[in-house]
Design a protein around this ligand. Sequence first.
Ligand code: GTP
Length: 355
Amino acid sequence: MEAILLVGGRGTRLRPLTISTPKPLLPTAGVPFLAHQLARASAVGITRIVFATSYRAEMFEAAFGNEAYGVELCYVVERRPLGTGGAIRNAAQALNSDPGDPVLILNGDILSGHSIPDQVELHRKADAAVTLHLTEVDDPSRFGCVPTDGTGRVTAFLEKTNHPVTNRINAGSYVFRRDVIDTIPQGEVVSVERETFPGLIAAGKTIMGFVDPGYWLDVGTPAAFVRGSCDLVLGELTSPALPGEPGPFLALEDAHVSPRAVVTGGTIVGAGAVVEAGSTVSGSVIFDEAVVAKGAWIRNSVLGRGAKVASGAMLDGAILGDGAIVGPGNELGDGLRLWPGIELPPTAVRMSSDV
Ligand code: GTP
């Protein structure tokens, strides 16, 4: 079976991390995010994947080449981003599948433990045009919701509302019959969520909802990205691509973690990164070559490649771009983002107490 991976988005919510690296290639639990999806796709029998690329397109082929985890890979580039539907239609030109064959479509920013074989099985049994993975969330008002009838058939695609009729949302994994992809207009900007799916429902086509209660996370925001990486390291979601055994933290080769540092909560420490004695790091993502100096305190944060956090600095829910430097005594709270290469000097308070 073939698949299309949607990886052309700009990932603006994850800036500044996505300035240099597209979201699907950000290091996540020690490997590019997509490695987890590719390994999983391979494990469920996907043999060929077409990448629908746009933003920083060349980086995908450089990262994965023609084959990964035994799956054949090829790349289709959009000259301008065509939206999710336009991207699927554009990538379909590289598919080998026959018109009646099922094709799996995956958003390139979803971590999911749902059963893809069961989703495909429902699709075949129902002879559906499209079968969507639906996941149940606590607060559906933040998402568009997707109601189904008693047979599991999708009845509507509803926009975000404060009074959602169901807590089931579109989970970003679709099985399309190949010839249904061919009905999406070619070369135009199209959204599957706003145009393709509502259009198919209005035309009376069978769209099925596959509900699976397994692990699911959209890593599109900084907090979710950190959560996803930590969950993989902790083993909350099993990934064949995890470069080590699940545990409280994982350090890649050539990382140096002092035995006198406290590192927990699924933290990943990248290659060549250093975590010095007396520091505390919990639930965080430390990219390659980053440095946590002695006595620093870090929680739920991301340190970009080569970023440095000096002695006595504190980070809580902060994002440091590549090469950013946080001088001694600084405290960076929730949501604070430091752009690549920016250096925060020691704080006045700390400087005066240091003197
Ligand atoms: P934000 O800018 O932070 O919203 O992120 P995003 O650009 O990734 O958008 P979003 O999370 O809505 O995209 C969902 C998935 O579709 C991601 O895997 C994107 O890479 C992908 N995607 C979104 N728009 C396009 C597009 O125009 N072309 C292609 N090929 N993929 C897209």
